[in-house]
Design a protein around this ligand. Structure first.
Ligand SMILES: [Mg+2]
Length: 172
């Protein structure tokens, strides 16, 4: 379905606990890399991210990196450092990458969610693929003026969907 509105909104990935994801029936969490799991400039997962992943794993939630990064090896390196499956050059908002990830993990769309910081790639792609979409705030817009412009273009959708925040009514 074509929709620019996320299923839920959260401040950051750290608002998504393993327990809340499990309760929502999420067995596979697809995650964007840049400005969702870490800033563009960071190459290695930090301790906070590793602890978050451990919490997801403890609740039976598989984390899968679905990245559009055009930097060679960036997504592969980051996913391998975390020990999670990944797909680089995912082509979001096209649905092919989503379909590949689900097939590879043997999961139905209903058991999945996608978390990302961009409406026109992460959220639109997830909605088209029938995967529940969770929008987070970008970690840092600094470093590239295009990021600010994109964020401003997203503000109406962010405002419209704010009442469906993860923390206030996270389930269902
Ligand atoms: Mg991103």
């Amino acid at each position: 379905m074509f929709s620019l509105l996320p299923w839920r909104q959260a401040r950051s990935i750290y608002d998504l606990t393993g327990e809340s994801l499990e309760r929502a029936g999420v067995r596979l969490l697809l995650a964007d890399l840049d400005n969702t799991l870490c800033p563009y400039s960071v190459q290695e997962p930090d301790e906070a991210l590793r602890a978050w992943l451990a919490d997801l794993t403890a609740h039976g939630v598989t984390l899968f990196l679905l990245s559009n990064s055009r930097k060679p090896r960036r997504a592969a390196h980051f996913a391998q450092a975390l020990g999670i499956p990944y797909l680089g050059h995912a082509g979001k908002p096209k649905t092919g990458g989503f379909a590949k990830a689900l097939a590879q993990q043997g999961k139905e769309a209903a058991a999945c969610a996608m978390v990302g910081d961009q409406i026109f790639t992460d959220i639109l792609g997830a909605n088209r693929a029938g995967v529940r979409s969770i929008l987070v705030e970008p970690i840092s817009l600094a470093g590239n003026p295009g990021r600010y412009l994109r964020y401003w273009a997203e503000l109406p959708m962010r405002f419209l969907s704010r009442k469906r925040a993860w923390n206030r009514e996270g389930e269902g």
